[in-house]
Design a protein around this ligand. Structure first.
Ligand code: NAG
Length: 73
C-alpha cells in the first residue's frame, strides 16, 4: 500500500513537472533540447513525457477557462 502510494505520488509529481515545462514552453518558447539526448529510446520517451505535460496543460487551461473560479487578466 505504501509502495503504491509512493508510486502514485511520484507519478503525479512527474506529471506536474511535465505540465510546468509545457507552461514554460507556451510562455517563453523554451523547451528541453531533446536533440542533446543521444540514446534514441530515451529521446523517444522524453518526447512522450513532454507530450503528456502539454496534454495536461491544455486540459487544465480548458477546464479553468470554463470554471467560474478563474478569470482572464
Ligand atoms: C539506450 O538506453 C537504454 C537504457 O539505458 C539501453 O537499454 C539501450 O540499449 C540504449 N539504446 C541505444 C540506442 O543506445
Amino acid at each position: 500500500m505504501t509502495m503504491i502510494g509512493k508510486a502514485v505520488h511520484i507519478g503525479v509529481d512527474l506529471v506536474l513537472v511535465s505540465a510546468f515545462l509545457a507552461g514554460v514552453k507556451r510562455n517563453t518558447g523554451l523547451t528541453v533540447d531533446l536533440d542533446q539526448i543521444e540514446n534514441e529510446s530515451v529521446r523517444y520517451y522524453s518526447g512522450k513525457y513532454l507530450g503528456v505535460g502539454e496534454k495536461v496543460f491544455d486540459f487544465s487551461s480548458a477546464y479553468f477557462s470554463s470554471s467560474d473560479y478563474f478569470t482572464r487578466k
